[in-house]
Design a protein around this ligand. Sequence first.
Ligand SMILES: Nc1ncnc2c1ncn2[C@@H]1O[C@H](COP(=O)(O)OP(=O)(O)OP(=O)(O)O)[C@@H](O)[C@H]1O
Length: 237
Amino acid sequence: MNTTTPALEIVDATLELGDGDSRVRALDAVSLTVQPGEFVAIVGPSGSGKSSLLAVAGALSHPDSGSVRVHGTDLATLSKGAAARFRLAHIGFVFQSGNLLPALTAADQLRLASRLAGSRRVDPAAVLDSVGMAHRAKHRPGHLSGGERQRVGIARALVNDPSLLLVDEPTAALDRRRSHEVVQLLADRARDANVAVVMVTHDHDVLEHCDRVLEMVDGSLTGLAHAARRMDSAPPR
Ligand SMILES: Nc1ncnc2c1ncn2[C@@H]1O[C@H](COP(=O)(O)OP(=O)(O)OP(=O)(O)O)[C@@H](O)[C@H]1O
């Protein structure tokens, strides 16, 4: 893996949603570069475009103008099928409540994700262990706490060894202590596995774990003054 290639490079992305009078500029000339191993948080008011940013970064939607590159690949060059394969191979998604399948044990959530991607890169049991969930491998989501579900969700997103992890409100259902644990886990994974993490959050309490905090307002992204976790290795841009 060439570590000088940014994990995510969005240049001047503009995205309009809706029709006629309800047309909204969800992204307005947004540029964002995230390096491997860097943990970036995006904060901002409801409706400011944060989810839209994750959607274009994850090849779930395409900007009307501008470009999005993930680990050097221009997402606009991929067909729908190729984009789906690319997502499975290179991008991990973590959602609010873990988004686990109710019928599957923690271990099977990871095995399924690994099989879907045709991936043998990482041992699912080892990934579950790395998020401190080996002892709950045989539990179904209904028998896990909110924080444990979120850990399994993170492990599932990591099982295909992604270059980029896109995380949407991971602490929404968690108390303060568990919120810190989960975001600390994301920070550790960014550093240890050299994964770029982009996390959307309303939870200002957990921003201390991030390298950079950006604010989205009316579809535009701006930097926030913030005491970063690893200023020496990842200076704010
Ligand atoms: N499918 C859609 N059609 C029309 N407008 C949309 C659509 N999806 C989102 N929007 C609008 O685009 C803008 C950005 O929405 P987005 O979901 O990206 O914001 P957000 O910052 O993630 O909000 P929240 O914090 O509430 O999740 C909002 O004004 C929203 O109303």
